[in-house]
Design a protein. Sequence first.
Length: 260
Amino acid sequence: MKYRMYVDEVGNSDMGASSDPNHRYLSLTRVIFELNYVEQVVFPRVEDLKRRYFGSHPDDPVILHRKELVNKKPPFEALRDAAIAEAFNSELLSLLQELDYVVITAVIDKLEHQRRYTAWRFDPYHYCLTVLVERYVMWLHDHTCIGDVMAESRGGKEDRRLKDSFERVYVKGSDYVKPEQFAACLTSRQLKVKAKSNNVAGLQIADLVAHPSYRAAVARHENKPLAENFGGQIAQILEESKYKRGPRGRIEGWGRKWLP
């Protein structure tokens, strides 16, 4: 069986902005789907939801994007009707609950990283990506599967950074996974990068869960409950059945990783 890891990020890797509370953290979330399942189940269900609520058409597909959904901006203006918004939110939560996927989120506290490692400056994005990819490879190995990785295009230099960072992990390995195991489990040393307009269902699911997962990671790190809002409801679904877990069902360190 072949799987794909879809990656979405929250925040940025600029260490110079780490003292600003609004830019202190960088989070990468990955969502793992089996590729035949994406074709047969995930894509049709996502398309059906978009068609019924937003008039999505194959020639002009609507792309789900969390920020635009939250702000009810076109093409999501139908959500300005409270009854439609309630129905859509209920169906979206059911979809995220019913689909079969695995989530891992890595969050780096850039300010603490600067304080702790005065001489070592591991690029925050590469640090988080290394953690995600090594756990993905471990997961593939444990399930005797192979897979690849896809991220949303951010254009030009950003795409080059994504690809270079991924290839570096593939070639050099990590502290816990040797390069040979990366080569055995990953079908390509190249990161796949797709534009939002490509209408990739896995990337849209990753976009929907990335911010709630990031907020949940911060809340749990600070020993706080999940938020009592829609994002908190998504986070509750992830905690109940979607995060990668350790042998005793532990999420921290397995489905969520706090760095450093």
